[in-house]
Design a protein. Structure first.
Length: 376
């Protein structure tokens, strides 16, 4: 795939990385039809003087990041000032966004990846009306990946009515979303049902959930993952406090291969209990702590004992203790360790264990495989 073709697949890029990317707006505007151009006349927008397009560029767009669309349009409207956040209230931004989306979908784009960043600040520019997304085929019908970042309090949603309606139709209009990222900083209750429906109705294989403030609606979203027992292969939790969350549903995820806890906390006794009662067949396990204060030795040891097995080929830890080394030594067939451990207080015992593991590997006393212990 050439660089040029990649640009058409994902035309909207972050301005700070590619300052010239707003020029893609010129290319897309020359693809507008008469009706789309007429709708812009009242807004006094200066159109580029370009030759007719060589082909229907919109047809090849596969990935859209709503925030980058906004950045590109604002920068295109204000080339001398660049991306000035004070320009977001320019009424032309919303209108240009509407016609560009309309053109892309009218020309037959098959959107595969969509990213939304909904915030309560005044800079949010709403999506076009939902009719734009459901009128043309294939459009979003074959959407595969949905990434949503929500930072919207309970009293702030009037500026994103079209976005809410868009998320409401996704669960039934789309048919094959396999990847979903949920980054939730403030959760307005109006988003809860669409999120639940997406999890329950789409054949998700990979899910990432980051929820900063856990409350009842957030718990419902996490619990809904039990509906993906037949499809989910990779589950990532980031920055969650599990103190009042029931994780027992994980034991029912029959196809789970990769489980990752990144900077999470709040693990208590009932989490250990359900883990101890179930044997998993994971290929990858990741346990990263935000610091020593959030280190749960017992949880790590229980996770390794319960989730580790002959199927495990990657264990990723960012903090390691002597007890963890012992657990790995006794519970997993660790075949090679590429990282150095710096634990001065118990250095001799750790070195002894590591040397033992290396010796076993060197003399093929245990089955060879691809197990890798990544210590960061």
């Amino acid at each position: 795939m050439t660089r040029s073709s990649r640009n058409y697949l994902e035309p909207f890029r972050p301005i700070y990385r590619k300052p010239k990317f707003p020029l893609v707006i010129n290319t897309l505007l020359v693809c507008l039809n008469e009706d789309e151009i007429s709708s812009l006349i009242p807004y006094k927008i200066d159109f580029p003087i370009n030759k007719p397009p060589l082909f229907e560029y919109g047809k090849y767009v596969r990935r859209i990041d709503q925030d980058f669309v906004k950045q590109n349009i604002i920068t295109w409207l204000n080339p001398s000032e660049g991306y000035d956040v004070d320009r977001h209230q320019d009424y032309r931004v919303q209108k240009l966004m509407d016609v560009i989306y309309h053109m892309i979908l009218r020309q037959g784009s098959n959107i595969q990846k969509f990213k939304l960043n909904v915030s309560q600040n005044d800079s949010y520019i709403d999506l076009p009306k939902v009719s734009t997304f459901i009128t043309f085929n294939p459009g979003i019908t074959d959407l595969r990946s949905l990434n949503m970042e929500i930072d919207l309090g309970h009293n702030h949603y009037m500026s994103c009515q079209n976005t809410i309606e868009f998320l409401t139709i996704i669960p039934t209009f789309c048919r094959n979303i396999i990847n979903c990222d949920l980054w939730i900083f403030k959760l307005n209750k109006i988003f809860v049902k669409p999120f639940l429906d997406i999890i329950q109705l789409q054949p998700l294989e990979r899910v990432l959930i980051c929820i900063v403030n856990i409350e009842e609606n957030a718990k419902k979203i996490i619990k809904a993952l039990e509906f993906r027992s037949e499809t989910l292969k990779e589950l990532l939790f980031e920055c969650l406090d599990f103190r009042d969350i029931d994780l027992s549903f994980i034991s029912n995820l029959k196809r789970l291969e990769r489980l990752k806890f990144i900077y999470c906390k709040g693990f208590i006794s009932h989490h250990y209990e359900f883990l101890s009662d179930k044997k998993f067949q994971l290929k990858e396990l990741k346990l990263w702590h935000s610091g020593l204060d959030d280190l749960y030795d017992r949880f790590d040891d229980t996770m390794i004992k319960s989730l580790g097995g002959e199927s495990l080929n990657k264990l990723s830890l960012n903090i390691i203790t002597l007890e963890t080394i012992r657990t790995i030594h006794n519970s997993l067939r660790v075949l090679g360790i590429e990282d150095e451990f710096d634990l001065d207080d118990e250095e001799s015992e750790i070195i002894e264990i590591i040397n033992s593991l290396k010796e076993q590997n060197a003399y093929h006393k245990i089955p060879l495989g691809n197990v890798h212990l990544a210590v960061c």
